[in-house]
Design a protein around this ligand. Structure first.
Ligand SMILES: [Zn+2]
Ligand SMILES: [Zn+2]
Length: 360
């Protein structure tokens, strides 16, 4: 089970949007790493919780599955590659916790830098098709992705035998500080060292495997766990599952997997319930019967009550879709259809005629 975002923000599960926003501002203000008594891990956690709970769609997914999904392939952030985070000047005043304007700018900053001060690789978006049964019970999949990965010959250093010299420009730090004036005041913008691309080291001799880039294109296996009950079109985000940053130094991008659920010839779903049709004869409907019905767990015997009408549904409890994070399941609903007899034999016709005479 993932983290409890409600506990992180200290709000109840039915908290309103404004309560969540208020709690977030207060905590983000309190724990910002550049503030006295700040806590970077806590700050990241608070931000993560807010990203989910402030988005009604993500919040609904989180409530249902107890975990997060990405915001969709549209969130592909290739444009952020190479973006460097900002360092707030020490002592910079955040403004009051209720300063609306600052709150918005503040969250924009955070989104843009994604809480990172390192270069970020491109995101990757892929589609993945699964069967209805895999959807109903949850499944694990292995993807083989062709993407930029850290060069295994040089471990991302770009240097043959990993032999390097310290970069003179940044003195091995990988970053250099640049003062920038903005309408909000002076910021020290920390940028990736242009000489060593953030590595802090310069190869003595370039690695032959990657030409000194530290990254190269290769196949990489990715294992994904798909929670039961996932909807067709829903997106799973694997943080860091995207492409390696282009110089091999920094963070990998994210991987967004859009799940496509294949249609099943017998089953469909409604919420957490599985639906199927079952055809019975007129005499079974009138007299009742015991029949075998296919469920996602295999055949189950059910009783057809005498006098059932076409279109009635019979419920088989706990044979529906498994709910992620909870040990509860939906039900299987059998939609009863009536089969009208065709191509009657002479004897059958006679019997039905006598039924008609009896008013049936
Ligand atoms: Zn290499
Ligand atoms: Zn450097």
């Amino acid at each position: 089970m993932a983290k409890n975002y409600y506990d992180i923000l200290g709000v109840s599960r039915d908290a309103s949007e404004s309560e969540i926003k208020k709690a977030y501002r207060k905590l983000a203000h309190q724990y910002h790493p550049d503030k006295k008594g700040g806590d970077e891990d806590r700050f990241k956690e608070i931000n993560e919780a807010y990203q989910v709970l402030s988005d009604s769609q993500k919040r609904a997914q989180y409530d249902q599955f107890g975990q997060t999904f990405g915001s969709g392939a549209g969130g592909s952030g290739g444009g952020f590659e190479g973006f460097d985070g900002f360092d707030f000047n020490r002592g910079f005043d955040f403004g009051g916790a209720d300063s609306g304007m600052f709150g918005d700018i503040f969250s924009d900053f955070f989104t843009a830098s994604r809480g990172s001060r390192e270069p970020i690789g491109s995101d990757i978006a892929v589609d993945l098709e699964i069967d209805f049964l895999e959807m109903a019970k949850g499944t694990k999949k292995e993807l083989d992705l062709y993407k930029k990965v850290i060069c295994s010959d040089c471990q991302g250093t770009g240097a043959e035998n990993q032999a390097t010299d310290k970069c003179g420009k940044c003195d091995g730090k990988g970053r250099v500080t640049q003062a920038t004036r903005t309408i909000l005041g002076n910021f020290n913008q920390v940028i990736t060292c242009p000489t060593c691309h953030g590595r802090g080291q310069i190869p003595k001799k370039k690695c032959a495997g990657c030409g000194g880039d530290g990254v190269r294109r290769d196949y990489q296996k990715v294992n994904i766990e798909i929670p039961a009950g996932i909807e067709d079109g829903q997106v799973i985000k694997l943080t860091g599952g995207g492409e390696a940053p282009k110089t091999g130094h920094g963070k990998s991008g994210d991987l967004y997997i859009t799940i496509r659920v294949k249609r099943h010839k017998n089953f469909s779903r409604k919420g957490m319930d599985v639906l199927s049709d079952h055809e019975i004869s007129f005499s079974q409907a009138a007299l009742g019967d015991k029949v075998s019905v296919e469920t996602i767990d295999g055949p189950v015997k059910i009783k057809i009550p005498a006098g059932i009408q076409a279109g009635e549904a019979l419920k088989i409890k706990n044979r529906g879709i498994i709910r992620g994070g909870y040990f509860r399941r939906g039900d299987h609903l059998v939609n009863i259809k009536l089969k009208t007899p065709q191509n009657l034999s002479r004897a059958q016709k006679k019997l039905i005629e006598s039924l008609k005479e009896e008013g049936l």
